[in-house]
Write a protein that binds this ligand. Sequence first.
Ligand code: CP
Ligand code: NVA
Length: 316
Amino acid sequence: MKTSRNLLSIYDLKENEIYNLFERSAFLKANRSSLCNNCLSGKKIGLIFEKSSTRTRVSFEVGVVELGGYPIFMSPKDLQLGRGEPIKDTARVLKRYIDGVIVRTFEQDRIEEFARYFEKPVINGLTDLYHPAQILADIFTVYEVKTGGDLKTFKDNNARNILKNLKITYFGDANNMANSWISLQPLLGFELVLAIPEGFKVDEKVLNDSKKMGGNFVVSHDKTSAARNADVITTDVFISMGQEDNKEKIDRLKPFIIDDGVVNSAKNDVIFLHCLPVHRNEEVTESVFERFSPYVFEEAENRLHVQKAIMEMLFK
Ligand code: CP
Ligand code: NVA
């Protein structure tokens, strides 16, 4: 079997490549109107989405078009995959038609199996375990805000220390977004605190992967101390896609809502991020969300720029 370069989790990247992606994303953001370099000209890029999506689907499709390629969206409703065709067969067929693919699915093993048989680049557009494209856009947004965002600063090696010195606190469910922060931490070295309810456990594989990479993060059940002096506070929905029948989880997560108390314990220049969609007054109060919404919607826009940089790297 051939292997190709994928982005199935953050661990497919090195620290230096993440900073190169930041630099390229900033360039692509500043030069959006030109079709840039047509680097995907003639390339057919599939998008297989087994779960709903607004941002990931549209930003990847638009990104492919802006890079001169041709996106093909496929949902299980239309594919034989939805009628039980094994994913390894789907992969072995599609590799004969298309040049790369973005996959949103359930288990991490499923995307890994797809990638093994597809033998061409695969980007994870969210699994139950990780959401690497999202976390790269999130940390790019943090970097942009905390460094002033001009290209000269991005090239300045000292600016990397800005990230290393940040405290980032994630509140809520120990889900794919929490796991994605955990996976990013050993590569960039920031301080990470996870404020999650007692009894909530970080996935074993995520813990082992982080340990192997020298990762270091703190789990706290006290939301005020977790937020103290934070530079970034962030959360995600309490109920992820595929877990809709686990509603009693919301009651256990309720105390971890991001409210004024959390914001006031953080640094004065704290920013709040949310990958969206948001459930107002569930994981964050309406007023905190609206106050920080310019950052949140910038974060959503950055999905496009960062993913274009990722696709240039993998699909070119
Ligand atoms: N944040 C995110 O991945 O959004 P979608 O589910 O709309 O793609
Ligand atoms: N944790 C959420 C993220 C949505 C972008 C989910 O998996 O549904």
